[in-house]
Design a binder for this molecule. Structure first.
Ligand code: GLN
Length: 541
């Protein structure tokens, strides 16, 4: 039977519950266990798909097309296990399910309540779709004390009784701040947070304290005493230089050992951390570096392009290079100031995006990269902008654009239905914005002898998508005559998936999001190749 580990957070948000859960999962995996990690998000959106990245960071897409929280990306990168729809749920999704059932009369006239109906639905999610896993790690989003998380905490309390206390474990992550003025580490916020948790009927079994400085014995004892937790189960976590050091640091703190000891499991296989050590020393130790610019709209929020940042780090790992990222707000870019913005930049990456704002700056940057032989990588929206740039400047279609920005243009990018049937309907043929895109894994067939076929070393690939608009195939021949090759199409030949430019060191646009499939142990070939091309370009502009 699976054992359940619940990870909650207290005091403040952003303490790294996701990384903690992912690191613990990796350590258990390296000890030979099968794990699965899930996230329960307390907000009312049905999924993060409709949320602005400024609000919530990146939207991570799974193979089966779920739009999920970015922590799911950490889980995948740390465990190598592809997540599914059944690994992330929100309060919004739970309520929308329940309300649908209520309208159908499924509750047979009963009063529908938070307890038991909402909590039962949460419990069903926690244990749903569990196969032969040894451990299910469930991270509860938000911070203990938030109104929104109450039903989740009540549900995990009940769940723990249902499967028995000995099969479930509560980990609580808190902050132990250091007060410079008095030179002290403060345990009081942790005490308060645990008090709050206990008032909801949850006694944590392990407390993980995020701290800037090592926590001395005395303070650990204090936490143990006031929070009613075994001294050995008070674990500290100090900021690491790269997230890939986190599993090593939790191993040193014996987190995995304490978890196994709680469950009374004797495991003699100590985890082989060589892979993590190699990755960490590669990330931290690389002497040579390369500068890559990400040109987008959400450059001020670090988490907006989380998987992309990581995929570039992975590309660096496979080339023994440190990748320095420069984020440029495309709204500031003009052809006139391009040279100064891109000075010293060896690769230009335009990521996924939505809407007109900032698009002209991206198109200008693409033109500059194309004409100056700077390696260019366009992802999803980035590929669509590359098509628009090429249509305007290579095919001389001066009003070329995408119907995403309105109908007053020649739509070289548009809704599939628009150019196939002349109708203007959205995918999924309703007006909802949520969940109506091409989402999840789709196959593409690669053209022989293309640059892309050499990168993938395969003629069939599967990548994750998240977009509503497509490049119009009608212009394929015209583009190809000008050297812009459609080097991968959907298996039915209807949808352009990859474009590349002949006679350019590295100019690639992909309609999908390769960053979601890149992992530190298996860097995505496109990112490895792009970083390598950037290294070759170094010093040329
Ligand atoms: N806005 C574009 C579309 O919907 C691109 C989306 C993206 O980059 N993920 O097709």
């Amino acid at each position: 039977m699976a054992r359940y580990i619940f990870v909650t957070g207290g005091v403040v948000s952003s303490l790294g519950k996701g990384l903690t859960s992912a690191s613990l999962a990796s350590l258990l995996q390296l000890r030979g266990y099968k794990v699965r990690i899930r996230k329960l998000d307390p907000y009312l959106n049905v999924d993060p798909g409709t949320m602005n990245p400024f609000q919530h960071g990146e939207v991570f897409v799974t193979d089966d097309g779920a739009e999920t929280d970015l922590d799911i990306g950490h889980y995948e990168r740390f465990t190598g296990i592809s997540a599914t729809k059944s690994d992330n749920i929100t309060t919004g999704a739970i309520y929308s399910d329940i309300i649908k059932k209520e309208r159908k009369g499924d509750y047979l006239g009963g009063t529908v309540q938070v307890v038991p109906h909402v909590t039962d639905r949460i419990k069903k999610f926690i244990s749903g779709n569990v196969k032969n896993e040894d451990f299910i790690i469930c991270e509860i989003g938000g911070t203990v004390g938030d109104i929104e998380s109450l039903p989740f905490l009540e549900a995990i309390r009940q769940f723990s009784n249902d499967v028995s206390r000995k099969n479930s474990l509560f980990v609580h992550l808190t902050l132990v701040p250091y007060l410079k003025a008095s030179g002290e580490l403060k345990t009081k916020p942790t005490q308060h947070s645990v008090k709050e948790l206990r008032s909801l009927g949850i006694q944590p079994d392990i407390i993980i304290c995020r701290t800037e400085k090592n926590i001395p014995k005395e303070e650990r004892k204090k936490i143990s005493l006031f929070c009613n937790v075994d001294y050995k189960n008070v674990i500290e976590t100090i900021d690491v230089k790269t997230i890939y050091e986190a599993p090593i640091s939790f191993y040193k703190e014996k987190l995995d050992e304490r978890v196994l000891s709680y469950f009374n499991i004797k495991n003699r296989q100590s985890p082989n951390l060589t892979q993590w050590k190699n990755i960490a020393s590669n990330v931290l130790g690389s002497k040579k570096s390369v500068n890559i610019a990400i040109i987008g709209k959400y450059v001020n929020l670090k988490d907006a392009y989380k998987s992309l940042d990581e995929a570039l780090v992975h590309g660096g790992i496979s080339n023994n290079l440190k990748v320095n990222l420069t984020r440029i707000d495309s709204e500031n870019l003009k052809i006139k100031n391009m040279k100064s913005y891109l000075n010293g930049i060896s690769g230009v990456l335009i990521p996924g995006g939505f809407g007109k704002r900032g698009s002209e700056g991206k198109i200008a940057a693409i033109k500059y990269a194309r004409l100056n032989n700077i390696p260019f990588f366009g992802i999803c929206f980035g590929m669509q902008m590359a098509i628009i740039e090429a249509a305007r400047n290579l095919l001389n279609i001066s009003n070329a654009s995408t119907s995403e920005f309105g109908n007053n243009c020649t739509p070289v990018v548009g809704l599939l239905e628009e150019w196939q049937k002349g109708k203007k309907i959205l995918k999924g043929s309703d007006k909802n914005l949520g969940g109506t895109m091409r989402l999840g894994l789709y196959e593409a067939v690669i053209k022989k002898n293309s640059l892309i076929s050499k990168i993938y070393l395969s003629n069939k690939i599967k990548e994750r998508h998240r977009h509503r608009y497509e490049v119009n195939l009608k212009y394929k021949d015209k583009f190809e005559k000008k050297g812009l090759i459609f080097s991968a199409l959907s298996p039915d030949g209807a949808l352009p998936e990859i474009i590349e430019l002949k006679d350019h060191p590295w100019f690639v646009g992909v309609q999908f999001h390769p960053e979601f499939k890149s992992r530190p142990f298996t860097p995505h070939p496109l990112f490895s190749s792009f970083v390598k091309a950037a290294e070759n370009h170094k010093g040329k502009n």
